[in-house]
Design a binder for this molecule. Sequence first.
Ligand code: ADP
Ligand code: MG
Length: 293
Amino acid sequence: MAKKIKQIAIYGKGGIGKSTTTSNISAALSTMGYKVMQFGCDPKGDSTNTLRDGSYIPTVLDTLREKSKVNARDVIFEGFNGVYCVEAGGPAPGVGCAGRGIITAVQLFKQQRIFEELDLDIVIYDVLGDVVCGGFAVPVREGIAEHVFTVTSSDFMAIYAANNLFKGIHKYSKSGGALLGGVIANSVNAGYSKEIIDDFVKQTNTQVMEYVPRSVTVTQSELQGKTTIEAAPHSEQAKIYKGLAEKIGNHTDSKTPSPLEIAELREWAAKWGEHLLRLEQQNIPQDKLAVNS
Ligand code: ADP
Ligand code: MG
């Protein structure tokens, strides 16, 4: 019997650290012996470049515009430690739906049975989370991915995007859509940012997979065009990414989250706003704002 391929999607607001986190997870999983494909679904096509020494690969949609018949192998490129890299790409600016690339690429791979041929263990979709176009919901809605993770910081707009994602997951959960594995807390350094995210996951009946600090090691690695797993494999940050990758590799049970209504979310945020203001008035340094961390 063919083995089951684990398909997961990582969502989050633009610029929040999805591609950085995803690439480090892919790289870490590959070092643990998993056969991994990272499937970039951002129309910018920049998901996989730190797996390929900072170089950009041709996208599926660009390739389809040039050739009428595309072989799946034309759009799959090997990166660090054998990780397979794909970029769905986007439509020509101003025309068409950006989700088109995801649908087209997935269909192409299905027809050519490429996941089976490559004997993959895990496919990770790196998806833009401000779901403005239905196309981005594809990995969730169509049940392409089974488990969804979201990257968020403690910033309100990032949490707002995560909550919107939860709404989407909730909506499609009864019709075979993907369920939520958990939240990846990124750029948590100040104590209060951990507390805000902890409270948000409690409110929405979800869980934190890992707290990833903002780290100059990530910046240095990115400037070299590499993941932290490749550029600084023995660093503290690499250890954190490896721990996260292991949890994701072993993850089996995802759930339907309980998103907050917009009024509830506003009220929740306002409470945190007042709390932080009070702490500031007591002159507690920002990084010591934590009550108990
Ligand atoms: P996204 O894919 O969500 O748009 P990226 O992964 O491209 O975001 O990250 C945006 C920027 O933030 C990048 O320059 C990246 O190096 C940086 N970044 C993300 N996470 C961290 C982190 N934990 N520490 C330091 N820099 C980070
Ligand atoms: Mg990205």
